[in-house]
Design a protein around this ligand. Structure first.
Ligand code: NDP
Length: 329
């Protein structure tokens, strides 16, 4: 098969992650970038890649085999993925879990109308974590599921702190409680409350003269975001935040603890764990593998919306089926 020509729509952290992933895969070639901003203001990391205005997407359907949508899940993807799915084979990382069925339905109609394949909710959660849960629960029907996130930066929680009056900047880390993680790994099947599973660490830059006690109270009492967690707030100067908290690490563990035997006497613990230095670069790498699979599904004549559940694992790999069989031995 010739190289898969990749288009990237939306050039933020994730867009750059997909671009870097293309460099690591010889069968993928970055063909074009699309942005809603002035294309002249966007400088790709890769020299020579053309940058086009998103308004001109329809003029470039012949340049791209798979368009990877890298916009935000909250506002961009619910519009962009259905709008592009009748024109291009597409991949997105839509991560608003509760809205995945509705997003799937919107995209499916458009992809089928255009005779294209669309894979939604690639990434790691949803994405690789979803697959890990599916494999483990299919194999161990009697058991418990646990998902721990972190240590990692939560963009949504960091944004929520930045919206508090008197806050200039902030970074929030989600951290699993070690004792809870150990108990689950030991197969103890504990019942865990939200507070017992994760803590939240906040590094905050206060504006000059701001009431730091009021900011701290506003954070730890914030419903949904912090009130149900043990939260620590540390005020730091902007230079320290820029120096020590500039990265976007994340990760976590999906654990299934199950039993087999006549009376459930044998315990089994299955764990899939990620420790990511860069959330967007890892997510971009998953989307690149998904793009390869989408190109293959499309070449077979399939159409419509898919998730990672619908992709044969071998289609994610650059290796052929024969090469993969040989490597299992
Ligand atoms: P960013 O905020 O970096 O980028 C989102 C969009 O903002 C870009 O596509 C870009 O679109 C636009 N943008 C506007 N101005 C700028 C600017 N000055 N610099 C960069 N971008 C700009 O978000 P991320 O890339 O970090 O994340 C995108 C989404 O990925 C998240 O909303 C999240 O839902 C999803 N995600 C999913 C994961 C999963 O496991 N499923 C994991 C991680 C993230 P344009 O070029 O058109 O202006």
């Amino acid at each position: 098969m010739a190289k898969t020509r990749i288009g990237i729509y939306g050039y933020g952290n994730l867009g750059r992650g997909v671009e870097l992933a293309c460099r690591q895969n010889e069968d993928l070639e970055l063909a074009a970038l699309f942005t809603r901003r002035d294309p002249a203001s966007v400088q790709p990391l890769t020299a020579g890649v053309p940058v086009y205005a998103a308004d001109d997407l329809a003029a470039h359907t012949g340049d791209v085999d798979v368009l990877v949508l890298c916009g935000g899940s909250a506002r961009d993807l619910p519009e962009q993925t259905p709008a592009c799915a009748s024109l291009f084979n597409v991949v997105d990382s839509f991560d608003t879990h509760a809205n995945i069925p509705a997003h799937f339905a919107d995209v499916d109609v458009e992809a089928k109308a255009g005779g294209k394949v669309a894979l939604i909710s690639g990434g790691w959660d949803p994405g690789m974590f979803s697959l890990a849960r599916l494999y483990a629960t299919s194999i161990l029907p009697e058991g418990h599921d646990y998902t721990f996130w972190g240590r990692g930066v939560s963009q949504g929680h960091s944004d929520a702190i930045r919206r508090i009056e008197g806050v200039a900047d902030a970074r929030q880390y989600t951290v699993p409680v070690p004792a809870a993680l150990e108990a689950v790994r030991a197969g103890e099947n504990p019942e865990l409350t939200t507070r017992q599973k994760h803590t939240r660490e906040c590094f905050v830059v206060a504006e000059e003269g701001a009431d730091t006690a009021a900011i701290e109270r506003a954070i730890v009492e914030m419903p949904n975001y912090f009130a149900d967690y043990d939260t620590t707030v540390t005020f730091v100067p902007q230079e320290e935040l820029d120096r020590d908290h500039a990265g976007i690490p994340h990760g976590g563990s999906v654990i299934r603890s199950g039993v087999t035997g006549q009376d459930g006497e044998h315990g089994h613990v299955v764990e899939y764990s990620l420790k990511l230095d860069s959330n967007p670069e890892f997510t971009g790498s998953v989307l690149a593998a998904c793009a390869r699979a989408v190109h293959r599904l499309s070449a077979e004549g399939q159409t419509g919306c898919k998730t990672l559940f619908d992709v044969p694992p071998a289609y994610l790999s650059p290796l052929s089926a024969e090469e993969l069989r040989a490597s299992m031995l």
